[in-house]
Design a protein around this ligand. Structure first.
Ligand SMILES: *Cc1c(COP(=O)(O)O)cnc(C)c1O
Length: 485
């Protein structure tokens, strides 16, 4: 067979990869029907479904040389993939940190993938870059960062934190030999992904100070000041303070203004983890609670939490955008014909991040905001703050429950007080029993060495009725557990 004949043969064998309009249409209709059924059924589905099958599904999902019809593939998803675990888009998912799943964001993903523009380099896709720079600018404006700020749309908060830490490391010129002299300040409520990012960035040998919390579970700024002074006296370099604007455990916000004062005085890098809480700046009560965030050197926030879009988008912002560029700018010889613009709003994502090829992330964030307008997002965020306040008040009035700190944002912590036995053990069992019931899910954490339940309210579709139902359920299930002892 000649090369040409073989090429014709291979072209024919690879043909199923090239769909025509009729096939595209049929597949899209099938997917759309599947999604509709899935979404319409949400209210009847438990918020948590235990895993029933593992080996069988592992094999059945396996790939074969022969093709499968789309209906078969979708049925497999139902049977082996979507029928276990948390339904995080449910309005009664109140565990960990909820993530919405705005439908219009899914459409954005579809558009982005179907058009598949190269989102890493401005010359390759100027329009993509412009849209993403505009989104970064919008978030920076909402959070009060100056025009010099620059940022990146990441896959999530973990990578956003890594990016901020690398920018902070580079801006201080920290080399391997200097690591042990540099000091990081955090609290016991700092998210574990921050420490993981330090490790990834080669900074595991930094001195790490765990600053005590005050009575409201916020970083004690006086303790921070004392620790910084002590380290300076000892000849160490206070380098990075990781404040949290919305801790995952309790939603508490560290005293950002006070920390900003200390940063100005002592010259350390002031980083704010707003992965969960940052988006609350979009509503007025939230903005007030985040006062001082605009004075930080870097911050992160997760649109896949506070802007209700599906998993896959975080943001890092660096106040002096040049520092992000300095940390990441790099070139290969083969890129020499890519013309480059220096304009702030035309900076390539690849020059501001560790990634080169990347998905067009902006579309999944832009489409929901464009189609609904910003106003409903502001309203929903204010609603979540008020729902947490409402839950706090109701729990304070129920004498079976002890309630945690007054919520700074949208997380309410509480525990049931059983008449007999170990309260910690009881509350762990209560969380399990609520999850098994399936109408709602809460999660637990440890607060002052006590097990507490936490109700994290961040679903765009979570409303007052869901909170009422959850509180009633928690009480009823706890009483049932108590009686069955
Ligand atoms: C969720 C969260 C993170 C981690 O972000 P991912 O998007 O899950 O990677 C970091 N910090 C806080 C406070 C969070 O809530």
């Amino acid at each position: 067979m000649s090369i040409k004949q073989r090429l014709r043969q291979l072209q024919h064998e690879a043909k199923p990869l090239e769909l025509g309009p009729a096939d595209r249409h049929a597949q899209l209709r099938a997917v759309e029907g599947h999604v509709e059924t899935y979404l319409a059924d949400a209210a009847n589905r438990p918020v948590y479904m235990p895993d029933r099958d593992s080996d069988g599904a592992f094999n059945e999902l396996g790939l074969t040389e022969a093709p499968a019809p789309i209906d078969t593939a979708l049925a497999m998803l139902d049977q082996h993939v979507l029928n276990s675990g948390f339904d995080i888009g449910s309005q009664r998912y109140l565990a960990y940190i909820p993530s919405g799943g705005l439908y219009t964001s899914a459409l954005g993903d579809y558009l982005a993938a179907a058009t598949n523009r190269y989102a890493g380099v401005q010359f390759a896709a100027p329009g993509v870059t412009r849209l993403e720079r505009m989104l970064v600018r919008w978030v920076a404006d909402e959070l009060g960062y100056p025009a010099s700020a620059q940022g990146d749309l990441t896959s999530g908060g973990s990578i956003a934190a890594l990016s901020a830490i690398v920018a902070a490391r580079e801006s201080f010129g920290i080399r391997s030999r200097d690591v042990e002299r540099h000091v990081v300040y955090a609290t016991s409520l700092t998210h574990h992904t921050f420490f993981k990012a330090l490790r990834i960035a080669g900074l595991v040998d930094c001195q790490v100070r765990t600053i005590a919390l005050d009575k409201a579970y916020r970083m004690d700024a006086n303790e921070l000041e004392r620790a910084v002074a002590e380290d300076k006296t000892a000849g160490l370099v206070p380098w990075l303070v990781a404040a949290t604007a919305g801790t995952t455990d309790l939603g508490t916000v560290d005293p950002l203004d006070q920390i900003a004062d200390l940063a100005e005085q002592h010259g350390f890098w002031f980083h704010v983890d707003g992965a969960y809480g940052g988006a609350f700046a979009l509503c007025e009560p939230g903005r007030q609670r985040l006062t001082g965030i605009e004075r930080s050197a870097s911050m992160i926030l997760d649109p896949h939490k506070g802007l209700f879009i599906p998993f896959g988008t975080g943001i890092v912002l660096v106040r002096d955008g040049q520092q992000l560029l300095d940390a990441y700018f790099a070139r290969g010889a083969y890129m020499q014909d890519l013309k480059q613009s220096d304009a702030h709003h035309e900076q390539s994502a690849a020059d501001l991040s560790p990634e080169l090829s990347r998905p067009f992330r902006g579309l999944r964030m832009w489409l929901p905001l464009k189609l609904a307008g910003i106003a409903p997002f502001r309203a929903a965020l204010e609603e979540k703050l008020l729902l947490a306040e409402y839950a706090y008040q109701r729990l304070s009035d129920m004498d079976q429950f002890d309630v945690g700190p007054h919520p700074d944002l949208s997380i309410t912590a509480f525990r049931y007080l059983p008449k007999h036995g170990d309260a910690d053990e009881f509350n762990l069992r209560l969380a399990d029993a609520i999850r098994a019931d399936g109408r709602t899910v809460l999660s637990t954490t440890t607060l002052d060495d006590m097990i507490v339940l936490r109700m994290a309210i961040l679903g765009y579709n979570t409303h007052i009725d869901d909170i009422e139902l959850t509180l009633d359920l928690a009480r009823d299930i706890a009483q049932r557990l108590e009686c069955s002892e």
